[in-house]
Ligand binder design. Structure first.
Ligand code: SF4
Length: 331
């Protein structure tokens, strides 16, 4: 059984654009599953909706539509969110500094969610000591304040705070993006160790394809609010199907001189080439950047089809590759 199942989740925001009211479709009919004890990486360029999706999962945004099943229980149906089991989901944010109260000591910050839950003080003290040890923070740091710690140590505090409530699912939203590369590697290894020790399931949101590949079992690629491809990390990286996934992967720098990469990193083409999610292209949202676009791509949005076990793609190029029912019911 899956630990987390998202079914047709949508989230819109009402914004003002050019002096008029507009609707921004941040997450558009997203369906995903996450197996217990594994990591689902969600990757895409800035503005693709991955962080909004993360916030919907943990309840920081209410969805407009869709359903969410967590640990066998329905916790979201349309706009209705059931608080049951919410404390079993925790989130780690990108900026380790702003996620901590500068006036609270490290032990107070880590123990705060337990305090809110009415946990006895002795239990809080024990739990705080254990999670600090588990994330590699010396016990002496308990009385320190966030400004006395490095960025990597502050992110360890945030991870410890997430662990304090003994969650089943941790959503990590660009959790290592603000860290130096050497610290990134340490925190990624820590996350892997904690996953094993605590039996955790991760949803790992990132724009960094190398980082996602390193930590993920499965990967979903998002573009303008939609999942365009998903599959096991190995298959998706070794054999990307969707033209957008191919574009993303072709822009990842490689140290192998035998392999060429695009001249421009993908971050440098973001702002000029991504259409606005307020007024996305008709049909396939990627068609304005796709080298394979056909007439049908402007007229009809490609359905997300299953082309192999646990492998989906939303592109007209694969219209004849869909597996027969019942697999193709998975959208
Ligand atoms: Fe390109 Fe058409 Fe596939 Fe979209 S549906 S990715 S435009 S080929």
């Amino acid at each position: 059984m899956e630990l987390l199942e998202l079914i047709d989740i949508s989230k819109q925001f009402h914004v003002r654009s050019g002096g008029r009211r507009a609707t921004l479709s941040a997450v558009d009919h997203v369906s995903l599953t996450v197996r217990p004890g594994t990591t689902l990486g969600v990757v895409g360029e800035s503005g693709c909706g991955k962080s909004t999706l993360a916030r919907v999962i943990v309840g920081l945004h209410l969805a407009d539509d869709g359903e969410m099943i967590f640990d066998g229980k329905q916790v979201l149906a349309g706009k209705r969110r059931t608080p049951t089991e919410l404390k079993r989901m925790q989130m780690v944010f990108q900026d380790p500094s702003s996620a901590l109260n500068p006036r609270a000591t490290i032990s107070e910050s880590i123990g705060f969610p337990l305090q809110v839950q009415g946990t006895p003080k002795a239990v809080i003290a024990d739990r705080v000591a254990k999670v600090m040890h588990d994330v590699g923070l010396p016990a002496a740091y308990a009385s320190h304040y966030p400004h006395q710690l490095s960025g990597g140590q502050r992110q360890r505090v945030n991870i410890a705070r997430a662990l304090a409530l003994q969650p089943k699912l941790v959503v990590l939203d660009e959790a290592v993006s603000a860290l130096d590369k050497s610290i990134q590697a340490q925190v990624l290894n820590l996350l892997s160790d904690l996953q094993e020790e605590y039996g955790l399931t991760y949803v790992f949101i990132s724009h960094d394809l190398n980082v996602v590949r390193y930590i993920s079992d499965d990967v979903a690629v998002m573009y303008l609010g939609q999942v365009v491809e998903s599959g096991s990390a190995q298959e998706l990286y070794d054999n990307p199907k969707h033209p957008y996934t191919q574009l993303l992967l072709s822009s990842v720098p490689t140290l192998d001189p035998a392999q060429s990469t695009r001249d421009e990193p993908v971050d440098s083409i973001d702002s000029t080439e991504i259409p606005s999610p307020i007024d996305p292209p008709s049909g396939c949202r990627f068609r304005t950047r796709c080298p394979f676009a056909m007439d049908v791509c402007a007229q009809t949005a490609p359905p997300r089809i299953t082309i192999a076990d646990d492998r989906t793609v939303a592109c007209h190029l694969y219209a004849d590759s869909a597996l027969p029912l019942p697999h193709s019911q998975e959208v």
